[in-house]
Design a protein around this ligand. Sequence first.
Ligand code: 4GW
Ligand code: MN
Length: 296
Amino acid sequence: MRLRTVPLYDCAGKTWRDTPNGPVRTDVQTLTPWLAPVVWNGTYNIGILNKQYNKKTLRIGLTTFAMKKYIVFLKPLIETAEMFFMVGHKVNYYIFTDRINEVPTFSFGDGRQLMIIQLPAYQRWQDVSMRRMETIQDYSRQQFLHEVDYLMCVDVDMKFTDDVGLEIIGDLVGSLHPGYFKSSRDQYPYERRALSQAFIPNDEGDYYYAGGHFGGNVQEVIKLTNHCHHAILADKANNIEARWHDESYINKYFLHHKPTKVLSPEYIWLYYYGDPPIIQRKRFVEVPKSRILLRY
Ligand code: 4GW
Ligand code: MN
């Protein structure tokens, strides 16, 4: 008997196979050893996911920090989020900035809004980056917990270039760093000094996760950010700062609190890593920044 051709359906200009039980991607790992899905193009059916969730009640928060000169990244991030991020769903954008007067005006889809939260600017950029943990934890307890169900916390120097939808929703969500998804664990740039709270020995660790895209339900985000914030403080008291700042602490957290969903590097792509065919859709990509202009 001839094999029936599997019908191809169109999904935002891309094709994927819509069959009841697969096929899933065979060129990438789609399940972690603790049985959490790794989300790649072709591994899910967005139509089923959209039917499964109740659009009227689901509320999603997106947090980002646009401190000091990084305020220039806000416009492309939000404008592209309106085109690609959780389209058709309720979204609250939470923008932390010290430059509230420089926040542009946007037009939003139904049920979508932006809230500005003013912060004092920290002098050291490492502190700007690391204090995100403390701040997200703080505002999640006070505010986000009462306003949204899930939070995604992202770098601001990024833009959406393809759909990001309900496939990323999970209780605790991490993203694979684009530079290390093919590396072995001893090559991951984990913090290797035993003195640091972020220390991971050579023979431990599952993946190298990106610091610029994590999330989950608000309770889980509170646990993660609270844990990382306190690890950062403990290290500070010992005059030590982990190699990749907040990213190192997030990696340590995920070692002992496994994500329930892992996003492929489609969800945080950096141009430095080129254009490999394994990345079928680049959904959330870095906006190149002039270090000379922005670093201080
Ligand atoms: C060096 O001078 C700086 S400034 C490094 C980070 C800086 C920075 C970062 C900033 O001045 N303002 C700011 O809001 N941030 C936030 O931290 C912003 O959300 C940014 O995306 C995040 C992480 O910094 P980054 O994107 O520069 O880090 P990488 O290069 O690792 O993506
Ligand atoms: Mn960044």
